[in-house]
Design a protein around this ligand. Structure first.
Ligand code: MN
Length: 337
């Protein structure tokens, strides 16, 4: 078995100015990284992690090799975060797939990006999210339904960059010819249900570029709250004909700007300058979940955001009142003359 067609699409979504997702499309190595951190730190974190993989020798070596790759990416992000004050606290998710000769695929995974496989007509999620809500669902303290709309669903419990060492989930999947693998950021999986991802992949399996673009479009249609990235690759039999050269690895098959459903600031869609704190990705240690989940700190943070918003609105009102007063005085003065 060997890698067949491959593609990727990435899009900032409808609410964010920057794209803090990064991906690696370097068969037999594939990965996705979703960065977090203030200013441009999230972008730096995901780019450093993806860069580490791009520079690596992507030779096979099973789960140990994949763990090494993710550890090296972690080391680079952590070193930068510790030495550059502008990037303190930055981090990134990382989900890696390495196709081994013979058709085994080794995955390495940290955070809430995901790997899926479409086998036959059925989509299966391969990774477990390292997120607050996923932990609560696993403990039976939250239903899957409530998890989908939970205000703290962006809080992750593991990330690259926050510690010198990171705990990497590694596992191996025995591929079958015709399998289509998807690596994606939460900007896709939060906005598009598993059922819809399955439908889209089934409908577009003859053209993976179209499939990737359709996934991005569906995420934007679902709200586009976050950056959206999808990496797709298929496994084919060794004697399968080589894919159409037009259709092989096409990096940055980014949804074109004129795509009907991809809105830009110029389209008059308000761009949220300050994303509410609750929607920003942040990391908590699993042992701190009790406090992070609706604890007093979370309440204080929410209250802080509300007060800041109220303060801005009051200021705007005062400025408008002052302007009206000035106009009234000027008109009155003009009439009095
Ligand atoms: Mn994200």
């Amino acid at each position: 078995m060997k890698v067949g067609r491959t593609t990727a699409a990435t899009d900032p979504g409808r609410k964010r100015r920057q794209n803090e997702d990064a991906f690696v499309l370097r068969p037999p190595l594939f990965a996705i990284a979703d960065g977090m951190g203030g200013a441009r730190a999230g972008e730096i974190a995901s780019a450093l992690a993806a860069g580490a993989l791009n520079e690596s020798a992507a030779e096979s070596g099973g789960e140990e090799r994949v763990k090494q790759l993710v550890q090296e990416a972690n080391r680079r992000v952590h070193e930068r975060a510790s030495s550059d004050p502008e990037t303190t606290g930055m981090g990134t998710t990382m989900t890696v797939a390495l196709v081994e000769p013979g058709g085994q695929i080794t995955f390495g995974h940290v955070g809430d990006s995901r790997a899926y496989v479409l086998r036959g007509d059925t989509l299966e999620q391969l990774t477990d999210d390292h997120s607050l809500v996923a932990e609560l669902v696993r403990r039976g303290e939250l239903s899957e339904r409530d998890a989908e709309i939970h205000p703290q669903r962006s809080v992750i419990t593991r990330a690259l960059g926050t510690d010198p060492d990171v705990d990497v989930d590694a596992f191996t999947v025995r591929a079958e010819p015709g399998d289509i693998y998807l690596l994606c950021s939460d900007g896709l999986s939060d906005m598009v249900s598993g059922e819809l991802i399955e439908q889209i992949l089934r409908a577009h399996r003859s053209n993976l570029d179209d499939a990737a673009r359709a996934l991005v479009r569906a995420a934007n249609r679902g709200g586009g709250d976050d950056n959206i990235t999808a990496v797709l690759f298929e496994l084919v039999a060794d004697d399968a004909p080589a894919p159409d050269p037009d259709d092989v690895t096409r990096e940055h098959a980014t949804a074109s700007p004129d795509e009907e459903d991809t809105l830009h600031p110029a389209d008059g869609v308000p761009v949220v300058a300050d994303t509410p704190a609750a929607m920003d990705t942040m990391v908590v240690a699993p042992e701190d979940i009790g406090t992070a989940f609706g604890g007093p700190e979370a309440d204080a943070q929410q209250a802080g955001t509300h007060e800041a918003g109220l303060g801005r609105r009051l200021l705007a009102l005062l400025v408008i009142l002052a302007l009206i007063a000035t106009i009234v005085v000027l008109v009155w003065w003009g009439l009095a003359r």
